[in-house]
Write a protein that binds this ligand. Structure first.
Ligand code: SF4
Ligand code: SF4
Length: 431
């Protein structure tokens, strides 16, 4: 801002740039980019690897639809590639973010070249990482232990002789781990293999999962409750899984021994390696598990703490494709609402700073939980050269800065000290 700048800036000076930066080119990033493009927004889709698709591209099938992940990706990428308002950057990363919702200046590094662009909103869709966790017992053949993702990649290889597969789904596995186990156990059973599924709790609280479970039972997948006491060993070329059915009375309980060819387990689903760094760049928070933290899990599940920054897909919590698509729609809807909001009426609801009273101590700047306060310079009438400015898009009107200001320089419109004195004197109180 120039010397003697008008303060606060006039509403017409606060613009919303209709470009959305989507970080992550997996299923959630692609779904977000498609929804944003459908809403008429310009999109910059940033993928860190050389190809779009992410982990979703490695999955062989989905249980809710006959459409394969590769078909889904092909269709959506085709839509994006045909749209002139969509730019796809691969081998790219985010280096820096300045500004607020409506006008973030972001520095990208694309194949080693830096580029600065201005975007109105940012959708974080960076997904998650998989971490193998099944310990292979000593002496056992490691090649007989497969994670769900390894099985997905090898699914087409098991077409010959009938084999025996044992799936293990632990209590703390995510719901999508159970869905994958049900889907793949049914698929293997239908290909003529013998399949057992060990589980602690049958969690099927997702669309069409109950049907999938009943179908797996009907087709002959054996379900065995309890994964805590499994003893895993190897005899000749078979793995031996030994357990006792925890539901049988002690007297009747007999050891159940299964000789199988492969043991399948769920990976741990953990936050992406760059989540911490990205959270620092974006100045957003992470939850206890290290995933990005939503503002309000129930009411605003895709909103970050900062206006204009949204989380979609597994970067906030592993989820199913249909939910991810809904989240993408919610994020784009929130962006659309913000971009079309009346700035004047937004400003009327946000705190005002009396720059003549401001001592430029920066208490408000440091204490704002939303990072909604910017510093402007060359302000007419300001006691100091710089003065804080409450950004109308970013501020959530929590009132913290009003309470914290030691010089009482911040107040909500209609609630200044003078306004309150008038109200008190009107009801006979002493001010
Ligand atoms: S807390 Fe008050 S005095 Fe300090 S910078 Fe903010 S408005 Fe100015
Ligand atoms: S009212 Fe709350 S969100 Fe708004 S600027 Fe002040 S501290 Fe930040």
């Amino acid at each position: 801002m120039n010397a003697q700048a008008k303060y606060p800036p006039a509403p017409e000076e606060v613009q919303f740039n209709p470009t959305v930066l989507v970080i992550g080119g997996g299923a959630s990033g692609i779904a977000s980019a498609v929804k944003a493009a459908e809403a008429g927004l310009s999109v910059v889709l940033l993928e860190k690897t050389a190809e779009l698709g992410g982990k979703f591209a490695q999955i062989s099938s989905m249980y809710q639809t006959d459409l394969s992940p590769s078909q889904w990706l092909k269709e959506k990428i085709n839509v994006l590639e045909k749209n002139d308002k969509v730019a796809i950057y691969t081998n790219g990363s985010l280096e820096k973010v300045k500004g607020q919702a409506g006008s973030f200046t972001v520095t990208l590094n694309v194949s080693g070249k830096k580029e600065e662009i201005v975007v109105g909103a940012i959708v974080v869709a960076t997904g998650m990482e998989l971490s193998s966790k099944m310990p292979v017992p000593e002496g056992a053949d490691a090649g007989r232990f497969m994670s769900q993702m390894e099985l997905e990649k090898k699914m087409g290889d098991f077409t010959g002789d009938s084999k025996c597969f044992v799936f293990v789904v632990k209590e703390d596995d995510f719901l999508c781990g159970m869905a994958n186990a049900l889907k793949n156990s049914l698929k293997l059973k239908n290909s003529g293999h013998e399949v057992y599924l060990f589980y602690d709790e049958m969690k099927i609280s997702e669309e069409k999962m109950e049907k999938l479970y009943h179908q797996a039972r009907k087709e002959g997948v054996y379900f065995v409750r309890g994964t805590q006491n499994l003893k895993i060993g190897q005899q000749a070329d078979k793995l031996t899984i030994t357990t006792v059915d925890p539901l049988l009375p002690i007297k009747l309980a007999k050891e159940l021994i299964i000789n199988c060819d492969y043991l399948i387990f769920n990976e741990d689903l953990v936050p992406g390696a760059d989540t911490k760094k990205l959270a620092e760049i974006l100045k957003v928070t992470r939850g206890p598990g290290g995933f990005f933290q939503e503002d309000n899990f129930h009411l605003e599940p895709v909103n970050s703490f900062r206006a204009g920054i949204y989380f979609v897909g597994a970067c906030r919590m592993p989820d199913f494709l249909h939910n991810v698509q809904e989240q993408a729609g919610s994020a784009v809807n929130a962006i659309y609402q913000l971009s079309t909001a009346d700035v004047k009426s937004l400003m009327d609801q946000k705190p005002l700073i009396d720059v003549a009273k401001c001592a430029y101590c920066l208490t408000c700047y440091r204490s704002c939980p939303r990072n909604a306060i910017e510093l402007l310079y060359g302000i007419e009438g300001a006691a100091w050269d710089g003065a804080p400015y409450v950004h109308p898009y970013a501020c959530q009107a929590c009132g913290s800065c009003v309470a914290e200001c030691p010089n009482r320089a911040i107040s909500f419109p209609g609630y200044t000290d003078e306004d309150m004195k008038k109200q008190f004197s009107g009801i006979g109180g002493k001010s």
